[in-house]
Design a protein around this ligand. Sequence first.
Ligand code: HEC
Ligand code: HEC
Ligand code: HEC
Ligand code: HEC
Length: 136
Amino acid sequence: MKSIVFVVLTLISISIFGDSSHFGSQNCAQCHQKQYEHWKKTPHFKAENSLTDAQKKEAKCYSCHKPEQSDVGVSCESCHGDGKYYAKSYVMKDKELAKKLGLKPITKSSCSKCHNKYSLHGSEKDPKKEPVCTTK
Ligand code: HEC
Ligand code: HEC
Ligand code: HEC
Ligand code: HEC
């Protein structure tokens, strides 16, 4: 019984603190230097700098400006999905497998979870029109 309670508690804490399958933008850069350099020039990289130290501790601010505690600003994985399981060459080359292991296709809703007309100060964004990590 004790072990079941432990497993349940562990699952709950993973879902609350969700960083466990996070890979890290700097680690993505090992293979995606070009996207990394581009992303570093965007407001997403600097998003946490818009918050004061006190606001950085408030969920109502960091949930969009720095969703992962261990990463910088709006990280690669805020849009592409947590990468620990897909961030391997042989997985990434197989698009279907990468998807099964957490790589999320980019759609309008990848943006609207933070950019939407109901949020504090968001405006809607179209991923097709606003390059965010590529120079296309
Ligand atoms: C060990 C190297 C490696 C790492 C680390 C890595 N990737 Fe990749 N990634 C690749 C390769 C290889 C491809 C396939 C490129 C191709 O086929 O043109 C790829 C493709 C992609 C694609 C395009 C997928 C598609 O459908 O076209 C995205 C998006 C991506 N990676 C994001 C990430 C993110 C985000 C991270 C960090 C969480 C990451 N990658 C870490 C090697 C890597
Ligand atoms: C729902 C997501 C979301 C939340 C929550 C949120 N922000 Fe923002 N914030 C954004 C977006 C998106 C922008 C970019 C503006 C846009 O899309 O029009 C932005 C822009 C800003 C800017 C302007 C930066 C500039 O240079 O113009 C400041 C300052 C800011 N936010 C502070 C805060 C503070 C303080 C909080 C907490 C009270 C907060 N934000 C909560 C999404 C959010
Ligand atoms: C704000 C959301 C967002 C962030 C943050 C972001 N990306 Fe992307 N990424 C996209 C979009 C949108 C595309 C274009 C997808 C498409 O083809 O429509 C893309 C495409 C890619 C591709 C496919 C190849 C290409 O250049 O088109 C790779 C690889 C990639 N991103 C890696 C990264 C890495 C690495 C980071 C962090 C350094 C990152 N992305 C940060 C949204 C994002
Ligand atoms: C995790 C939340 C989050 C996601 C997901 C997200 N953004 Fe953002 N975005 C922000 C925040 C926060 C800012 C404001 C950064 C600042 O200046 O503090 C911002 C700023 C921007 C800006 C520059 C400010 C402006 O109003 O022109 C653009 C362009 C942008 N985002 C496009 C996108 C696109 C396109 C997507 C989807 C592919 C996307 N974002 C996904 C949080 C997010």
